[in-house]
Design a binder for this molecule. Structure first.
Ligand SMILES: [Zn+2]
Length: 96
């Protein structure tokens, strides 16, 4: 098991944008037309599954979110604040 790689907000942006796009399409009932997951930033492999979890849901001081790409197994962490900001940006960009 390797240590998770920490993502800066710039690295986080394309991932969050892709996840947001998927949510939007899924909510609209796009079914199989839902856009693919973003490629793994480490190996560039297109994941079949992307696991998102919050390691410390009870503490605001350690507000970190982990992304696990499957099947390559690379994991990444991001600050909750960065995640929130990039998500808001993605939302606004598609809200036009
Ligand atoms: Zn990978």
């Amino acid at each position: 098991m390797t240590e998770p790689t920490h993502l800066t907000s710039e690295q986080l942006e394309p991932i969050v944008a892709a996840l947001h796009r998927r949510e939007t399409y899924a909510a609209a009932g796009a079914g199989i037309l839902v856009p693919p997951f973003p490629d793994c930033p480490t190996c560039g492999q297109a994941p079949t599954e992307l696991v998102v979890r919050n390691d410390h849901p009870a503490t605001f001081l350690e507000d970190k979110v982990a992304f696990g790409f499957r099947p390559c197994g690379h994991t990444f962490t991001a600050d909750g604040e960065d995640l929130y900001r990039t998500y808001e940006t993605a939302r606004q960009q598609e809200g036009r």
